[in-house]
Structure formats: structure tokens, C-alpha cells
Design a binder for this molecule. Structure first.
Ligand SMILES: [Zn+2]
Length: 292
């Protein structure tokens, strides 16, 4: 593995077997080059890149690697469509042309994840449960939506690990800051991983990515949904009547210095408000929130 660590970088899995396969090339490209050099390989020797989802911090160097090595690019069918059309990708993430912080977000991606908007094409579509055989090592896809609808994990059947990508067990907690993220789907996907019986879970963002006691950690991670929802309900009970009233005191992010982070916070709070309304704890009348 190449440790990228926290956003805007991610951890990259490298499998060197019958071919050289890279999952989520969002680490520093120099670090990936150094790792390959320890095996007398270079960036030009990469045969395949697998993408777990369309987030810019996970796809950053895909086209850079493709230009150097002509590697094939594999992803699920939702990611394929978005990777092949970067305007669609922007819309999928909520940054359509009418979005007020689209320019700031594009600037953030270009500064910190340069290459993520490069045009390119996926060569191979991976269905849920598809296996990828590399001699002694077999990979298998596991669709795990929620974080985004296209999010998937990659099971490494020998030695029975799972690369859980952005079900990442970080202290920050689960991230669902886009209009099409889903708390319900995210919780169900965490349940799927709980059933997996793996020897360990590999996080897409922890600095020490291999977590062996992942069952307890997933339970604690999942609890953050409810903790945050309680804070949103408290804010409404204390008089907040709109999403912007609630985000005036940030719940998810410690501080909101960048307007892009305020947008992420807003989308996450909106998911909680919808859930509180659905559960009959809050009413919404013409955008005005009230406790029941
Ligand atoms: Zn992500």
C-alpha cells in the first residue's frame, strides 16, 4: 500500500502479481513510483487501475498513469458513466452549473487533486461480485452505496481482506456530503461489511490503514450517524428553523473556513433533516422546520 492518508489524498492499494494492479491512485504519485521501484518496476508498468468510486481524491492520477502505461481502467457501471463524462461527474456530485460554489470546488480539486478532471474512458465494467484473478490473488467487487451511489469495496480473497475505501473508519466519521449520498444505504453497507468475516479491513484514509478489530470500529463509526442526528434535532429544539440556522454552528466540520466545506456540511445536514422528518420528529412547512 501507498499511504496517502487524509483527504485530499487517499490510500492506494498496489497488487504486484501476474500483473501490476493499482486501486484508487489518489496517493502522491512520487510515493507510488517509489513503491514500484522497490520491485524494479515503474509507473509505466501498471497494467490495471480499479476505481472504487468517482471522488476526485480517489481517481486523481488515473489518466496520468494511463498516459504513461496505457493501463486499462476498470470501474462499476455508475462510475464508468461519470468517469467518461466529467460534466456528468460534476452534476452527480451536486456541482451542476447553477451551484454557487462550483468554481471554488473546481479550484480545490485542481489545486489539491490535479488530474481528477482529465478526460478519459473506463475500459472494463465490473459488476457486483465480479472476480478479478491475478494468479495467486483474487479480487472481488462488493457494491456498498451510501457514501455515494457508486461506492464499492474491493475484497482481496487471499488473504481475506477488504479494501473498504471511504467506509474509512476515520475519526471524522462517515461522509455523505452530496445530494445523492444516503444515510440509510451507508448504514446498510456497513452492515454488509460486518457480515464479511474478513481478517482485516483496509481503510482508504487512515494513516495506519489495516484494521483487524474492524467490527467494533465499524459499530462506533456507524454510531456517528445517530450522534449527529441528535445534534441536528437539538438545534431545531433550541430554535433553529432552517438548514442555514443549523449550519451557523457547524455539527460535522470543526470549522467552515472554505465555502465548499459549508456546502458539504449543508448537504449532510439536509440528509439528517429529511430523516428526522421521515421519522416524525420534525415537521417542515415551506422550508420552515419545527419540532413535533
Ligand atoms: Zn469518497
Amino acid at each position: 500500500m501507498v499511504i496517502g492518508g487524509s483527504f485530499p489524498k487517499c490510500n492506494t492499494v498496489v497488487v504486484i502479481a501476474e500483473e501490476v494492479l493499482v486501486i484508487d491512485p489518489g496517493c502522491a504519485i512520487e510515493d507510488l513510483r517509489s513503491l514500484l521501484m522497490t520491485q524494479d518496476l515503474g509507473l509505466k508498468d501498471v497494467d490495471t487501475v480499479i476505481l472504487t468510486h468517482i471522488h476526485p481524491d480517489h481517481i486523481t492520477h488515473t489518466m496520468r498513469l494511463h498516459r504513461l502505461s496505457r493501463c486499462r481502467i476498470a470501474a462499476n457501471e455508475i462510475t464508468e458513466d461519470l468517469f467518461n463524462d466529467k460534466e456528468k461527474m460534476k452534476q452527480f456530485l451536486g456541482f451542476d452549473k447553477g451551484n454557487l460554489v462550483r468554481k471554488s470546488w473546481e479550484q480545490l480539486v485542481n489545486e489539491k487533486m490535479y488530474g481528477a478532471f482529465d478526460e478519459g474512458r473506463v475500459d472494463e465494467v465490473l459488476g457486483n461480485g465480479d472476480k478479478f484473478s491475478l494468479g495467486d490473488i483474487t479480487l472481488r467487487t462488493l457494491y456498498t452505496p451510501g457514501h455515494l451511489p457508486d461506492h464499492m469495496c474491493i475484497e482481496i480473497l487471499e488473504p481475506n481482506l477488504v479494501f473498504a475505501s471511504d467506509i474509512d473508519l476515520t475519526e471524522f466519521g462517515p461522509y455523505y456530503g452530496h445530494p445523492n449520498s444516503s444515510i440509510t444505504d451507508f448504514k446498510n453497507s456497513i452492515q454488509e461489511l460486518q457480515k464479511g468475516g474478513y481478517e482485516g479491513l483496509i481503510s482508504g484514509h487512515l494513516k495506519e490503514p489495516l484494521v483487524e478489530d474492524y467490527h467494533d470500529r465499524l459499530t462506533a463509526y456507524s454510531r456517528q450517524f445517530d450522534l449527529r442526528e441528535d445534534l441536528v434535532l437539538s438545534a431545531i429544539l433550541e430554535g433553529a428553523r432552517s438548514i442555514s440556522d443549523i449550519t451557523a454552528t457547524p455539527i460535522i466540520y470543526p470549522s467552515l473556513i472554505n465555502p465548499v466545506y459549508l456546502q458539504f456540511e449543508t448537504w449532510m445536514i439536509e440528509h439528517h433533516v429529511s430523516s428526522l422528518v421521515a421519522n416524525g420528529l420534525v415537521t417542515e412547512d415551506k422550508g420552515k422546520l419545527s419540532p413535533l
